[in-house]
Design a protein around this ligand. Structure first.
Ligand code: ASP
Length: 288
């Protein structure tokens, strides 16, 4: 039998309802997420690694210009863009992340370079942008003009299983609208908003980051599967109920299992999401 492959992506969770999301916008974002998933699945089928594919998927979402990541990112309280991103390889548990970078066009690619070209995991602020320059990664050029994005969806993320049995996760965000300068959310914090470990799961989160950090949410799901030996869907549900909701947190996760199952879970009215599992089942959705 062919080795299972799977992928899921998200474009953020929040108070997204049919009453506040115009139908044409809903169709547009669903079509884009579906395209990113189909492309990722095709690449996985061709033998590309989960690590490569989650980076490519997130970069596409950063480049779209209407998600809160990369080109479309929201502004902080001073009107500046500060971007966070992380990527993790479940095979080696290597990880790379950047926080509060301002000039880098694709923070997820910078995060991967941090993982592969430095002995570090997390680089913050202007030093991250300087590395992007040294490594000749594309820079943003729209920083002086106010965002012309007509509509912004949320944070973006991707999780995948490749045919070598390896998992990977990636997340990228502009953070919370009007956040304090220097504020860093859960996205680039390994184990909070992003985590991958072969044999357990790959997870990417979205929601108010402070609660995800305080819940150590992504790793807590992994730990319940590892030590509690409980099924992944139960672990996800327990972590939301017992840790995230217990302190008032809201948001969602996308998860891929080592067998190529895809799980979506959120406690907000909506989460932009799409996935394709090992059986080839495609799911795309926004609302509950
Ligand atoms: N988790 C992100 C953050 O707190 C924001 C989001 O997912 O909407 O930075």
């Amino acid at each position: 039998m062919a080795q299972p492959i799977a992928i899921a992506v998200h474009g953020g969770a929040g108070d997204i309802r049919p009453t506040n999301l115009p139908a044409d916008k809903a169709r547009q974002v669903e079509a884009y997420l579906r395209e990113v998933v189909e492309e990722g699945y095709r690449l996985l089928a061709e033998g590309r690694t989960a690590l490569e594919v989650v980076e490519i998927a997130v970069r596409r979402l950063e480049d779209a210009g209407y998600f809160n990541a990369g080109r479309g990112a929201v502004r902080n309280a001073r009107g500046e863009v500060e971007l966070d991103a992380a990527i993790m390889d479940g095979h080696t548990r290597r990880a790379g992340a950047v926080a509060a970078v301002r000039r880098t066009a694709n923070p997820i690619t910078l995060a991967r370079h941090v993982m592969e070209r430095t002995p570090h995991v997390l680089i913050v602020g202007p030093a991250g942008d300087s590395l992007a320059e040294v490594w000749q990664l594309p820079l943003r050029n729209d920083l002086s003009t106010p965002s012309e994005v007509p509509w912004t969806y949320g944070t973006v993320g991707a999780v995948a299983l490749d045919r070598y049995g390896h998992l990977a996760a990636a997340t990228s965000t502009g953070g919370i609208d009007k956040k304090a300068p220097g504020r860093v959310g859960d996205t680039p914090i390994i184990g909070a908003g992003t985590y991958a470990e072969d044999d357990l799961l790959a997870v990417s989160a979205t929601g108010r980051g402070e609660y995800f950090i305080r819940s150590v949410l992504a790793y807590d799901i992994a730990a319940r599967v590892r030590y509690g030996k409980i099924p992944l869907p139960s672990a996800i549900q327990q972590v939301f109920a017992e840790r995230l909701e217990a302190i008032g947190g809201e948001g969602g996760v996308i998860v891929v299992s080592p067998r190529g199952e895809v799980f979506f879970h959120f406690n907000t009215p909506g989460m932009y999401r799409a996935g394709k599992d090992a059986q080839g089942n495609l799911s795309v959705g926004i609302f509950r």
